[in-house]
Design a protein around this ligand. Structure first.
Ligand SMILES: Cc1cc2nc3c(=O)[nH]c(=O)nc-3n(C[C@H](O)[C@H](O)[C@H](O)COP(=O)(O)OP(=O)(O)OC[C@H]3O[C@@H](n4cnc5c(N)ncnc54)[C@H](O)[C@@H]3O)c2cc1C
Length: 522
């Protein structure tokens, strides 16, 4: 593949999150000379793991939906055989009920259980049960659509009639699905239910303001969850190794501070060291605000867009508690579920509306992730690695007691307090947990921001609220384009709702586009 003379690389990628790695791997595979810069000491962004005292923890994402992409992308790049993906069984639990989510019926049964607690809401709950069924089946149909992006067009066309026949009945609900993608879940719930506690209970299972049909169909994702043996770092390492084997380069502990423009086009990057490296195409896997508001001069971006970037809310962050415990795997009874979403209270809590309440997490749901139950490589013999997570926000409890972004004694004390509240709730499922902890670390939204440079520790790009987000609906299909020539975006900021699929998809699309444009240059 040719390059324009005078350039050392064909493309520079800023960041090695899943979007950057996927774009880099496809480009390197095609023979393009790629250079990736990563400010952290290892690749992955939120596809990351770390090991302490023999316990391995996933630092960001805990399980990933295939959604017709995870396997397809890894297979097409040629690294699927380097990772071992295991189905991750998911459970939903309350103090008096445990539901293993292994079929659509099991999800619907969980919702029907709520009628016992809220009998006067039965009619509304039954309507929700119906919508969960319809929307999950539509989501399944979309995810199973033969996709020419991941295989030969002829093969996609050959399998299309079978797909259409299989999902014909389900696709009847597509129009409604699309309509409800424009409505936040709480607005939808207020149409179906009158009990505020129940509305809150259901709402707290998803990111703030998430679209109604997306939320109700997310159970399809949950039943389609996978976890890689050894943790998510193994996916990132496989992609990074592939890139370097194909001649690409990755430089860690290197912050890109500026995207260099020549005649209004992106033509290079300036590193924190001051060094300038040039390439005809620049792909940013960095935070959207950082890309446009910090790395580019103001005149490169329209004023109205700059305003939107600054004002649009970001997606929820999380508080994460990493625990190494002296409990053998066989003593942890979670019905073979490695991931359990535990809801301690049928009343629910909206942490976003309880920012001054330092006890909010006594009532907040906690996701309990224990992949080491099935993957002994993640914990020392006879012990177990557990990750607890709950949605969190940077401005909780007076910015977590920080002062001008600096960690204080108050910050440390609050981390301890909130983490103990989450442990107390998890203990209802894992008796004796608090007394068996041999390692503990806690990450807040500040930790997420520090490691991944995502604004406010956002875990999935822009807010999920369709009435406030950027790059929703069809707009998201071109969220990789920018106002600057030869500059593209990859990763979760390219579409809302964001997440891993946004990284896979944008990485695949942008790599094709850049490959095509590089060929045009020969
Ligand atoms: C707790 C949690 C649970 C999640 N659960 C799910 C789930 O169930 N399903 C799902 O689909 N998604 C989930 N996600 C979201 C998903 O993990 C992310 O959306 C996705 O991994 C983001 O990928 P990305 O390509 O946008 O890059 P990111 O992960 O955001 O990484 C960006 C990388 O770029 C680097 N970088 C940024 N700027 C610069 C710069 N200027 N110079 C050098 N390097 C830079 C950063 O250091 C980072 O490594 C979850 C996330 C979290 C945290």
């Amino acid at each position: 593949m040719g390059t324009r003379s005078g350039y050392e690389y064909d493309a520079i990628i800023i960041g090695t999150g899943i979007g950057g790695l996927v774009a880099g791997a496809y480009l390197a595979k095609a023979g393009a000379r790629v250079m990736l810069y990563e400010h952290h000491s290892q690749p992955g962004g939120y596809f990351t793991s770390f090991t302490r005292q023999g316990f391995t923890f996933d630092g960001g994402i805990q399980a990933c939906e295939d959604c017709g992409m995870l396997f397809s992308v890894l297979r097409q790049i040629g690294v699927l055989d380097r990772v071992e993906l295991k189905k991750a069984r998911f459970g939903l639990a309350t103090p008096d009920h445990f539901a293993v989510l292994d079929s659509l019926e099991s999800v619907q049964a969980f919702y029907r259980e709520l009628i016992k607690v809220y009998p006067d809401q039965a009619a509304g709950i039954n309507r929700i049960v119906e919508d969960v069924g319809n929307f999950c089946r539509v989501m399944e149909a979309y995810c199973q659509l033969p996709n020419p992006m991941f295989g030969p067009l002829r093969q996609a066309m050959a399998t299309y009639p079978g797909w259409r026949k299989k999902y014909k009945g389900d696709l009847k609900h597509s129009k409604e699905f699309v309509e409800y993608m424009k409505i936040p879940l709480d607005v939808y719930l207020q149409k179906r239910l009158t009990n505020a506690d129940l509305i809150l209970f259901i709402k707290q299972m998803m990111y703030a303001g998430a679209p109604a049909s997306f939320t109700l169909s997310f159970y399809y994702f949950v039943m389609d969850y996978y976890h890689p043996r050894g943790g998510f770092q193994s996916i990132s390492n496989a992609l990074a190794d592939f890139i370097t084997e194909k001649g690409g380069k990755i430089q860690y502990k290197t912050l890109v501070e500026e995207i260099v423009l020549e005649n209004g086009r992106a033509a290079g990057v300036r590193l924190k060291t001051g060094e300038i490296i040039r390439a005809p195409y620049i792909i940013s896997n960095s935070d959207a605000r950082r890309t446009f508001l910090k790395m580019l001069p103001p005149e490169a971006t329209p004023e109205t867009y700059r305003w939107r970037l600054a004002e649009t809310p970001v997606s929820d962050s999380v508080i994460t508690v990493f625990l190494g415990v002296d409990i053998p795997a066989e003593e942890i009874k979670t019905r073979d579920c490695k991931h359990i979403y535990y809801l301690p209270d049928y009343k629910g809590v909206d942490v976003l509306k309880s920012l001054d309440d330092e006890d909010a997490y006594t009532r907040a749901p906690v996701e309990i992730c224990i992949p080491s139950l099935e993957d002994p490589s993640m914990a020392p013999p006879g012990k177990t690695a557990i990750v607890l997570q709950s949605l969190a926000y940077m401005n909780y409890a007076n910015n977590w007691g920080t002062e001008n972004g600096k960690r204080t004694e108050k910050y440390k004390a609050l981390k301890e307090k909130v983490s103990n509240q989450l442990i107390a709730n998890a203990e209802k499922l894992i008796p004796g947990l608090s007394g068996k902890i041999v390692f503990k670390a806690v990450g807040t939204p500040y930790t997420n921001e520090r490691y991944t440079l995502n604004s406010e520790g956002a875990t999935a790009g822009w807010t999920y609220n369709p009435t406030k987000a950027m790059n929703t609906g069809w707009e998201g299909m071109k969220g990789f384009k920018t106002t600057v020539k030869n500059l593209y975006l990859v990763g979760h900021w390219t579409m809302s709702p964001g997440g891993a699929p946004a990284g896979f998809m944008s990485g695949r699309i942008v790599s094709s586009l850049v490959k095509w444009r590089l060929r045009m240059r020969i």
